[in-house]
Design a protein around this ligand. Structure first.
Ligand code: ADP
Ligand code: MG
Length: 986
């Protein structure tokens, strides 16, 4: 009821919005009529005139207002250009194929364009021409000269759309380009400089990370701001892709994991568990045969806990009466009163696997097996307790207590790593199946995208999971990588001043789009009424029965020459259908999901009479399926889904592939109780009950609108869970995001600033007082420590200070700070005056960047470890996020302090050339050069007893860090390729 009410309210809001936009459409069309008499040149001149007016506008509000004002005319100009291209049968080569332009914007497309311009999501069904819709807002906003980005799901579509829609843009005098994965930085830079840049989300995101986290000069940066982006297939990018953050990694400085060490143990453990489960299953069978249903069910539950994908268990579960008692038994354990019993049940296994939550947990039995001598080795000690125990030992000297704590902390960290490694290995073994979740190629573990079935080389599971899978498969473990820069897709897209999106399926995800991106969804009516017929789901007890019926349905349609598109949720299922069709001698095409271009060509042919095409759900997205001749008469394209996907949106996407632009078409989904969705999200028991009520026999099918709803309830549950997971990733990244903004801001100041000297002097002014306070006030036990201050000064700056000439004790803290700031500043200016004028600015940038980058990367490493630790602490009932925030904040404050300190340290340790440095030193009466400076590594020492030692380093900055390719030479110096060698950094 409430849902219904909400729908009415929201629905009417949507309608009101469409109604509001209609009159503007009329205005656009009227203007467009007037434009028809212009010459091409006059039409094009409008672009130039607007550009001349808009380019100089700095004020954002003013720019926005002007764009609003010229919107109707600008849209009309684009539509008129489309008309001109159509009328003259304009030809163009798009992705190496000749195309003839024949599109003039429909009214609903203009509405869609306005929705995009206003920074919202336009939901427009497949085939409504979203590619063309984008051209109006793109043109309008690009007139500002600030660069508009159009984001596509793959490189092929970026190129296709840029080349195809580019016809319009270039006709009107705008420049357009598509970034491609292989582009070199100079090419990228040129491509971002155009008015309209097409590209994939990861190209955009990685360029951002490289620009802000790695480039060391302005020339190395390729992007130029984040003004307006339109995201095509916005659900796929902002929701599906958003689950794995973009990560650039490089060789790690530290490595602590022990996956390879634990692998043989876990291997045995998994085998033991498997034997145990098989025994339990045969016991269960025996029990059932002897009429001991309860005994049998209990054993089934145990196997489900310990080996949820056990094949024999699946077979038993196919028998409805057994399944029923099992479900009942299982459910009963979740009552609070039976917690202890459930726990005892788990303790009979070596470990338990929670398929839904994606978790693995060792039991005592498992712990003992792994380490019979010291089972506690796999229990995390209670650090807080141990610390307070140590603190209570008042008679032990403070230093000893600190040492003891440090010792405990170390032990804790080691233990934590060990537990973490084991748990990730268990997951790798029990939840990640080869050739389903990943494939192994050329000794690499490559993730397979669950939606498209496409391989995603270069992506890695986070949190050590990837290494665990590598250990399981016995391939080289990429131990030596560490995060150098990372951002979530969410936070990347939040950079834009304005964001618009389009897709056929956004409505079900409207809440998430609103909460996370501030994007409202507007559903745009179709150009022609939709003729698609969606049949009820067909539901079966077993997969076998289900697939048999799928084949029968394909056969029937094929007999009528009706084209069929079969959508599956995995590559495995696609192959199964293909094998079954081969047996029936039905010719068909299967999408191999390897090449986007090929994929697009295959999908495009799916509408031809009699064709049967099998593809994973989302493969070929963005490609238009046109009906072949005669197909309209046999009902158009028929879409079959062999399984309901976890998300309703993906199902809607599949259905939407037929019946475009008013064509006929139909769709049907098949479901079995053995599908993952049904097994895991409680739909199966409810359905079993319903089926019994209907008196369903084995092998019979069932269909009813109620059942569709039941499936949808399960889907909603999964959607909710996935949303929370993404939200959580984001909550954690938000902490990082703020830090990243500060550090990237600082970096950019160092890179862009006309005068890096200013930053250096500011650092002196901030860091010295902090250090003076630390040394003189914070160690107040024995009064101000002037000796320490003198020592610090003389090991950091060449001031040649002594007790006599510094006279620290005659000033207060603030006075001493002021005194030192002045001294250091003037020494620095004196040094700078000897340096090479032109090289000096880059030397100063080097001093700043060097400090920021080195410490930021160390910090990222620390943050990774913190996150890992926090996840484990969650068991302690504490709010992990709050703790993470607090500790991350502390670490960040420390980081900023360290960066300043490092800059101070390096002020007098780098030079543009040695002669300049010598000259500078010569001006300091109390110092002399100790070593031979020509070596590039000199010490200087004060004559009065060695208080002053400075190591001199000539900047020989390594190139910006990059991801170490597996074909690069290993850094241990063996000369072998990284992937074939030890993979260790020397
Ligand atoms: P979507 O992305 O919405 O699924 P596409 O942009 O791929 O749709 O376009 C689908 C098909 O519709 C394409 O073949 C395109 O050429 C055609 N099309 C789009 N707009 C028009 C139009 N205004 N007039 C005629 N054909 C159009
Ligand atoms: Mg499209």
């Amino acid at each position: 009821m409430i849902n219904w009410l909400l729908k009415q309210i929201l629905g009417s809001k949507n309608q009101r919005e469409i109604k509001r936009l209609r009159p503007i459409v009329a205005v656009i069309n009227q203007i467009e009529e007037g434009l028809r008499s212009l010459s091409d040149e006059d039409l094009r001149a409008k672009t130039a005139a607007w550009q001349a007016e808009l380019h100089p506008i700095e004020d954002r509000a003013q720019l926005k207002k002007r764009l609003e004002e010229i919107l109707p005319e600008a849209f009309a100009v684009v539509k008129n250009a489309a008309r001109r291209l159509t009328e003259r049968g304009h030809q163009a080569t798009v992705c190496d194929q000749v195309q003839i332009w024949n599109m003039i914007h429909f009214d609903v497309q203009l509405i869609g364009g306005m929705v995009l311009h206003s920074g919202r999501v336009a939901e427009m069904a497949t085939g409504e021409g979203k590619t063309l819709v984008a051209t109006c807002p793109v043109y309008l906003n690009a007139l500002s000269g600030r660069g508009v980005h159009v984001v596509t799901v793959n490189d092929y579509l970026a190129r296709r759309d840029a080349e195809w829609m580019g016809q319009l843009y270039t006709f009107l005098g705008l420049t357009v380009a598509a970034t491609q994965h292989d582009d070199q930085p100079s090419v990228r830079r040129a491509k971002y400089a155009v008015d309209v840049a097409y590209g994939t989300n990861s190209e955009f995101g990685f360029d951002y990370l490289r620009d802000n986290g790695m480039a060391t000069t302005k020339e190395q940066q390729v992007q130029r701001g984040y003004f307006f982006a339109i995201v095509d297939e916005v659900d796929s990018i902002l929701i599906d892709e958003a689950r794995t953050p973009l990560i650039i990694s490089g060789p790690a400085t530290v490595s602590t994991h022990q996956y390879d060490k634990f692998k043989p143990l876990v291997d045995q453990l998994v085998r033991k568990q498997s034997m145990l489960c098989n025994r339990l299953i045969s016991d269960a069978e025996k029990a059932f045969a002897e009429g001991q249903a309860h005994e049998g069910a209990l054993n089934m539950v145990k196997v489900k806990l310990g080996q949820p994908r056990n094949k024999a268990l699946f077979r038993l579960m196919e028998e409805p009466d057994k399944r029923k008692v099992m479900d009942k038994t299982e459910l009963s354990f979740f009552a609070d009163s039976r917690k202890a019993e459930l726990f005892a049940l788990k303790e009979e296994l070596f470990f338990t696997i929670d398929e839904k939550a994606h978790e693995a947990d060792l039991s005592d039995l498992g712990r003992e097996f792994l380490n019979p001598d010291e089972p506690e080795a796999f229990i995390l000690p209670d650090l807080i307790m141990e610390f307070s125990e140590i603190d209570m030992q008042k008679d032990v000297p403070a230093e000893q207590r600190e040492a003891a704590k440090e010792d405990r902390q170390k032990k804790f960290d080691f233990q934590r790593e060990r537990i973490h490694n084991i748990s990730q290995l268990l997951k790798a073994y029990c939840l990640f199946e080869k050739d389903v979740e990943y494939v192994v190629e050329e000794s690499k573990v490559i993730i397979v995208d669950e939606n498209t079935g496409r391989k995603m080389p270069g992506r890695r599971w986070s949190d050590g999971l990837h290494q665990a899978v590598e250990a399981k498969e016995g391939v080289q473990i990429d131990r030596e990588t560490q995060t150098l820069a990372t951002i979530t897709i969410q936070n990347y897209f939040r950079l834009y001043e304005k964001l618009g999106g389009m897709t056929g399926t956004a409505e079900t995800e409207a809440t998430e789009l609103h909460d996370i991106y501030g994007l409202d969804v507007i559903v745009i009516p179709t150009n022609r009424p939709v003729q698609r017929k969606d049949f009820n789901d067909r539901i079966y007890k077993t997969r076998r029965e289900k697939y048999n019926s799928v084949i029968a349905e394909i056969k029937e349609a094929h007999g009528l020459n009706q084209p069929v598109l079969v959508g599956t949720v995995s590559v495995e299922a696609s192959e199964l259908v293909s094998r079954m069709l081969k047996r029936e001698k039905i010719p068909h095409t299967i999408l191999n999901a390897k090449y986007h271009l090929q994929e697009a060509e295959i999908v495009a042919r799916a509408g031809i009479a009699g064709s049967v095409t099998i593809s994973t759900n989302m493969a070929g997205r963005g490609t238009d399926i046109k009906l072949g001749s005669g197909v309209t008469g046999v009902g158009g394209l028929h879409v079959i889904g062999t399984e309901r996907h976890q998300s309703r949106r993906v199902d809607r996407q599949l259905r939407g592939r037929c019946a475009r632009q008013g064509d006929p078409g139909s769709s049907r989904f098949y479901v079995s109780f053995e599908d993952d969705l049904m097994r895991n999200f409680g739909a199966a028991d409810r359905m079993t009950r319903i089926m019994e009520r209907f008196g369903l026999e084995d092998g019979e099918e069932l269909e009813h609108p109620w059942l569709n709803r039941s499936v949808e309830t399960a889907q909603k549950r999964v959607e909710q869970r996935d949303y929370l997971m993404r939200k959580r990733t984001l909550d954690f990244d938000d902490v990082m995001n703020k830090q990243r903004e500060v550090v990237y801001g600082l970096r950019n100041d160092a890179i862009d600033g006309e005068d890096p000297r200013k930053l250096i002097l500011e650092t002196i002014e901030e860091a010295i007082p902090a250090k003076v306070t630390e040394l003189l006030v914070k160690t107040h036990d024995e009064g101000p420590n002037y000796g320490a201050l003198l020592h610090w000064c003389n090991t950091t700056f060449p001031l040649g200070l002594t007790d006599e000439n510094a006279q620290f004790s005659t000033r207060d803290t603030a006075g001493n700070a002021k005194f030192l700031v002045e001294r250091v500043k003037s020494a620095y200016l004196s040094k700078a005056s000897h340096e090479d004028g032109t090289a000096l600015a880059s030397l100063e940038r080097y001093i700043l960047l060097n400090a920021i980058d080195r410490l930021w990367q160390e910090h990222l490493y620390g943050m990774d470890a913190l996150r890992e630790g926090i996840y484990l602490r969650q068991y302690g009932q504490k709010d992990a996020l709050v703790e993470y925030k607090n500790e991350a904040y502390g670490m960040f404050v420390e980081l900023m302090g360290n960066i300043r300190g490092e800059i101070l340290n390096n002020l007098f340790r780098s030079t543009t050339n040695l002669m300049a440095f010598e000259k500078f030193l010569a001006g300091l009466p109390t110092l002399m050069i100790h070593n031979d400076p020509v070596e590039g590594d000199a010490s200087v020492e004060a004559p009065d007893g060695g208080t002053q030692t400075l190591r001199l380093e000539i900047p020989k900055r390594a190139a910006a860090p990059v991801t170490v390719g597996r074909n690069d030479p290993c850094s241990c110096g063996s000369g072998k390729k990284y992937k074939n060698c030890c993979g260790r950094t020397a």
